[in-house]
Design a binder for this molecule. Structure first.
Ligand code: TRP
Ligand code: ZN
Ligand code: CA
Length: 453
């Protein structure tokens, strides 16, 4: 861990490696899992896999709720909704934009037309960070016309807004560039987000490392659902929830049904959080999360009763804190220095003309995927190496053939370095070298092997 290879962005920069042991235990002791108070998550919950990122602050629930109160007032003053093409939408956008402008964001209003009305996306860039690696979070800001849309999707809009404002309060200096977005006309079929993505030049699309979507994150009878898409984003959310002792499930109530689909469709990695819409909570879900089984997660979904009373504070608080954790973790992580070597030196006998054997190497503390040129150093002692079939097994079991058998190759030993494109594999986990001897008489053993990340 050669920290000195990196310049520290600012004086308050510190790695969470040292913090985890101190603060995680303290936080867990101090906060009950069902607490609606702030502090259920927040600073110090970084898991070991993201040890090289800054710890996020707690997002004050009161601030998030204050935004919801404003969205409700805006709807009430504008015919009861904040729908596309109605004055309540533009007023919502102006409210969010004013907060971001005052906090130092560079905001852009992007205009489009849908169903004969002008729609608007709001994009807010936090100055700084690597412009080639953008971490993005967004939420749709429009409601349906039948109500104020406080859970759908004032909740996601307010959580993203308050996380952005927390970035400003911290004067965060992320390694990656941070961008926040509020979409118009989602309720007409993901119109605003699709417009944004379609108008991004292909070269800019590939700079978005990940898009995180929050749509309905304060459902009154909540479930805790994490999108099952990009593994790195999913892990950051699951780790955060594991840290407060709350079970999560994979989101299955309609995978293409929110703005992340616009990004996913063009190959941008996505993730997100969701507390459920019109589907009913099962008995098993009520047992682990509380609430009412047999009842919809949100009985006011797309109805006039989706008002400020249609919010579960604990769910809103947790998801706001979880988003901040994801932004801090993904936005401030330092790439581990290339060239780190993991080695296994325990001997493993390879039975003659027998079953395959494996030797395991545990890789931990890295984020994201393995390199496109993962080097696999192999040292197998054997008296006829043509007998041997050698594979590298990724943590998920995917096999990469390193060497096939060959009856004519009578040389001793396999001492070689292979290069494997492992960029689709998660780096952390148990990697295995699998060796099988497929012909009789000569034998040997795995002496050592190593992976260079
Ligand atoms: N706004 C979404 C919609 O009306 C709500 C929704 C339903 C949703 N299922 C979802 C959001 C799954 C995220 C994930 O369709
Ligand atoms: Zn929605
Ligand atoms: Ca043999």
């Amino acid at each position: 861990m050669t920290d000195l290879r990196f310049s520290l962005p600012k004086s308050t920069f510190r790695r969470t490696t040292a913090l985890v042991a101190v603060t995680l235990a303290g936080l867990l002791a101090a906060s009950s899992p069902t607490s609606a108070e702030d502090g259920a998550g927040g600073a110090g919950t970084a898991a070991s896999g993201e040890a090289r990122a800054l710890a996020a602050p707690d997002i004050p629930l009161a601030n998030v709720k204050a935004h919801l109160t404003q969205f409700q007032s805006i709807a009430t003053a504008n015919g009861g909704n904040r729908a596309h093409g109605r004055p309540g939408y533009r007023a919502s956008l102006d409210y969010v934009k004013a907060k971001l402008d005052a906090a130092g964001f560079t905001t852009t209003v992007q205009q489009f037309t849908s169903s004969g009305s002008t729609g608007y996306n709001l994009i807010a860039d936090w100055p700084g960070g690597d412009a080639d690696r953008i971490v993005m979070a967004g939420a749709h800001l429009d409601s349906v016309s039948s109500g104020a849309g406080i859970n759908d999707n004032g909740s996601g809009s307010a959580a993203v807004l308050e996380t952005a404002l927390a970035v400003s309060r911290a004067q965060l200096q992320p390694t990656k560039h941070l961008r926040f977005a509020w979409w118009g006309a989602e309720e007409l079929g993901l119109v605003g987000s699709r417009y944004y993505v379609n108008n991004l030049p292909a070269a800019d699309r590939s700079k978005i490392s990940g898009y995180i979507n929050l749509d309905m994150v304060g459902s009154p009878n909540p479930g805790y659902f994490v999108y099952d898409d990009d593994p790195a984003i999913e892990k950051v959310f699951k780790d955060w929830y594991a840290g407060i002792g709350v079970a999560t499930e994979i989101e299955t109530e309609g995978d293409g049904r929110s703005d992340h689909a616009s990004f996913k469709n063009v190959g941008i990695p996505v993730g997100g959080l969701f507390t459920g819409a019109s589907r009913a909570k099962t008995a098993a879900q009520a047992a682990k999360w509380g609430g009412t089984s047999g009842q919809a997660f949100d009985r006011c979904y797309h109805s006039s009763c989706d008002s400020t009373t249609n919010i579960n504070d604990t769910a809103l608080d947790r998801n706001s804190d979880a988003l901040a954790h994801a932004i801090w973790t993904l936005g401030t992580e330092e790439p581990l220095p290339p060239g780190e070597v993991y080695e296994s030196t325990g001997d493993v006998a390879v039975p003659d003309n027998g079953a395959a054997v494996t030797s395991t190497l545990t890789v931990s503390g890295r984020t994201g995927n393995a390199p496109a040129a993962l080097r696999v150093g192999v040292d197998i002692k054997h008296t006829w190496r043509g007998d041997l079939v050698v594979d590298l097994l990724a943590p998920d079991g995917t096999a990469y053939r390193l060497k096939s058998s060959s009856s004519s190759d009578s040389a001793d030993n396999v001492i070689a370095t292979y290069t494997v494109d492992a960029s689709s594999e998660t780096a952390d986990g148990n990697w295995r070298l699998r060796v099988q001897d497929v012909a009789a008489q000569d034998t040997g053993y795995i002496d050592s092997w190593k992976l260079t990340f």
